[in-house]
Write a protein that binds this ligand. Structure first.
Ligand SMILES: Nc1nc2c(ncn2[C@@H]2O[C@H](COP(=O)(O)OP(=O)(O)OP(=O)(O)O)[C@@H](O)[C@H]2O)c(=O)[nH]1
Ligand SMILES: [Mg+2]
Ligand SMILES: [Zn+2]
Length: 296
């Protein structure tokens, strides 16, 4: 029997494919006594495994995670690319902000990638870019199809484990193919009728890239942040922090309080309207979930 260690780069049908630094992936199953934690095992996890004399490998231990995201489900990453299209499917400020909140909460650095700039009407890219740059995020406006600015994004990813996350049809797989043509990931069209992607990518998987990995993940429709702690939400809007000195109450929810630095910054145009609106919407979603649960 031999013992090894590696990273789960994809999981499928109860099998875990582990990169242990050799040429071939190790196909593992989960050992009986670990079954109860099987459901928590995910792509990105670092595990120990045993290989018996028949060449069958069993995962015996999961190493502590550095970080973890539930949507998309992945562990131990260095960077998250919040991937959206400017159009087709339309950019959603709320969905982008929800994904940024999840990244902030998981403590994973996030940058924004705005794809399909070849289709964008004049002014749209600059408008979205301005909102997120002001909030303190890097923005890469690219066209995966035409190769515009793909090199700039690629430069940012060397040696890192980066996850591409965003709605279906925004061009996550296309962007990975543009970064590294050898990847040959399957891409799908966007429905003309409903303007949504077709959920082409079905599983999260890590693809080796320049000493690290790039993770392609399935697109999502909506993100549910109801389980989030409402008291921690404001901290996930990173630009709010700089204005909280002006709040009379601590903690301040930045909603009904009469003297509030965040609301002042909003009025002065220092915080984007769309960001503040996303904050209120998410806060409301958390509250109505709490009320519903209270009534049960
Ligand atoms: N015009 C234009 N179309 C693009 C661009 N990038 C991708 N597309 C198209 O957008 C569609 C969806 O691309 P995918 O790469 O499959 O999108 P995805 O984000 O991986 O989608 P899921 O796997 O469903 O989550 C395809 O028809 C691509 O050809 C771009 O830069 N410009
Ligand atoms: Mg895809
Ligand atoms: Zn306030």
């Amino acid at each position: 029997m031999s013992i090894g260690q590696g990273r789960i780069i994809k999981t499928y049908n109860g099998y875990y494919y582990v990169d242990s630094g050799t040429d071939e992936l190790v196909t593992c199953k989960v050992k009986g006594k670990l079954k109860q934690i099987r459901f928590s095992l995910c792509t990105g996890d670092i595990v120990e495994f045993e290989t018996n004399h028949n060449g069958e490998s069993m995962i015996t231990r999961i190493l502590p995670r550095r970080n973890f995201m539930l949507r998309p489900t992945i562990a131990n990453v260095d960077l998250i690319i919040v991937a959206f299209a400017c159009i087709n499917p339309d950019f959603s400020y709320l969905l982008a902000d929800k994904l940024l909140v999840l990244a902030e909460q998981a403590g994973i650095p996030a940058v924004i990638c705005l794809n399909k700039i070849d289709l964008a009407p004049a002014g749209l890219v600059a408008e979205i870019e301005a909102v997120y740059k002001r909030a303190g995020y890097e923005v890469y406006a690219i066209s995966a199809q035409q190769g515009i600015n793909v090199g700039k994004l690629k430069d940012r990813l060397y040696g890192k484990i980066t996850v591409f996350a965003g709605p279906s049809g925004v061009g996550k797989s296309s962007t990975l193919n543009a970064i590294e043509p050898g990847m040959q990931l399957v891409t799908g069209s966007v429905s003309e009728k409903i303007g949504r992607g077709k959920h082409t990518t079905r599983f999260a998987h890590l693809l080796p890239f320049a000493g690290g990995y790039l993770a392609d993940t399935p697109g999502f429709g909506n993100l549910n942040l109801e389980e989030l702690d409402d008291k921690k939400l404001a901290a996930c809007f990173r630009e709010f922090a700089g204005f909280e000195d002006g709040c009379k109450f601590t903690p301040c929810t930045h909603t009904h309080e009469p003297i509030c630095g965040v609301k002042d910054a909003l009025a002065a145009g220092e915080i984007a309207q769309s960001r503040y609106e996303s904050y209120l919407t998410i806060l409301e979603e958390i509250k109505s979930k709490k009320e519903k649960d209270g009534r049960k």
